[in-house]
Write a protein that binds this ligand. Structure first.
Ligand code: NAD
Ligand code: MG
Length: 289
């Protein structure tokens, strides 16, 4: 992991959803550094948005900890998904590839069914797929119905339907991990709708933890700060990338591989056996309370 970054990146822009190979520099997903310790031995995990960024780092870490993984992603992200699959398979684990747009409930139900079929069951649901569109200084006035619809459907509606579909397959020792954001606590006016979905996910996490605790199912969330992933150059002006992450207390953006260990901890039935209803911040110092 590169702990010596000064913050910021070369100006660059992509079309959503963005591809890893077009990023400069290519993110660090822990390919060379993550070593597993059998913490997730024999578990089966569905990681939405597992093709790239934080989802790829989670998939690599889970595989190296002994889990089989199914990843969902948008069809245009097939090259990224295949790279993630190669990394999972190199760890000796199965990777089930599920290309699907999750904005409709039926797709969410189907992707869970396909993951269960491909993995032979399900122990961990990682709700990681997410989308934002930086509206710059126009904030509220700049909101476009099609963008808002996509943000709400992807970040919030899909999570509800994925949890609903996964529930019959989960049991004692299983867990759900949602991906929220520092934006839930310290929202940027340019990400008005996105920040609201992430705050809603925090609420959903606590509420689901209360509802599913009696079944022995734990529900938690991870709130990343600025992390270097395709989402950033795909949804912001090129200029904004130059200072991305520089305003954190640690003075730089994080790499996806620095976020994955929190997801490993929360998924571990032994390490996190009494951890439910909480949000773990991986923010470079931004407060998550
Ligand atoms: P990423 O672009 O690598 O991953 C997001 C993934 O979401 C995409 O790869 C895509 O497969 C998936 N996705 C988006 N829209 C979808 C749709 N309609 N249907 C199906 N899949 C869809 O970026 P990332 O930063 O790794 O994002 C992962 C999560 O982390 C997101 O929930 C994001 O909001 C959250 N997050 C990221 C940051 C950051 O700075 N990168 C900060 C806080 C939270
Ligand atoms: Mg992607």
């Amino acid at each position: 992991m590169r702990h010596d970054d000064k913050g910021g990146f070369p100006a660059q822009q992509q079309e959503p959803p963005g591809l890893t190979s077009q990023m400069d520099p290519v993110p660090d997903h822990g390919e060379k550094t993550y070593g597993g310790h059998g913490r997730l031995k024999g578990l089966r995990a569905l990681v939405t948005g597992g093709d790239s960024g934080i989802g790829r780092a989670i998939s690599i870490a889970y595989a190296r900890e002994g889990a089989d993984v199914a990843i969902s992603y948008l069809p245009e992200e097939q090259p990224d998904a295949e790279d993630t699959a190669r990394l999972v398979e190199a760890a000796g684990r199965t990777c089930v590839l599920l290309p699907v747009d999750l904005v409709h409930r039926q797709a969410c139900l189907q992707v869970v069914a396909d993951a269960v079929r491909g993995l032979g069951g399900l122990d961990v649901l990682v709700n990681n797929a997410g989308y934002h569109w930086d509206r710059g200084p126009s904030g509220l006035e700049g909101l476009q119905p099609e963008h808002v619809e996509r943000v709400l459907r992807t970040n919030l509606h899909a999570v509800i339907w994925l949890c609903q579909a996964a529930l019959p397959h989960l049991g004692p020792g299983s867990s759900i991990i949602n991906t929220t954001s520092i934006q839930a606590y310290d929202p940027s006016p340019a990400l008005l709708d996105y920040a609201a979905t992430k705050a809603a996910l925090n609420n959903l996490t606590v509420n689901l933890a209360a509802a599913l605790g009696p079944k022995g199912i734990r529900v938690n969330a991870v709130a990343p700060g600025p992390i270097w992933t395709p989402l950033q150059p795909a949804t912001r002006e090129a200029k904004k990338i130059e200072t991305f992450g520089a305003d954190t207390p640690l003075g730089r953006a994080g790499q996806p591989g620095e976020v994955a260990p929190a997801y490993v901890f929360l998924a571990s039935p032994s390490d996190a056996s009494y951890v439910s209803g909480t949000v773990v911040g991986v923010t470079g110092g931004g407060a998550v309370f």
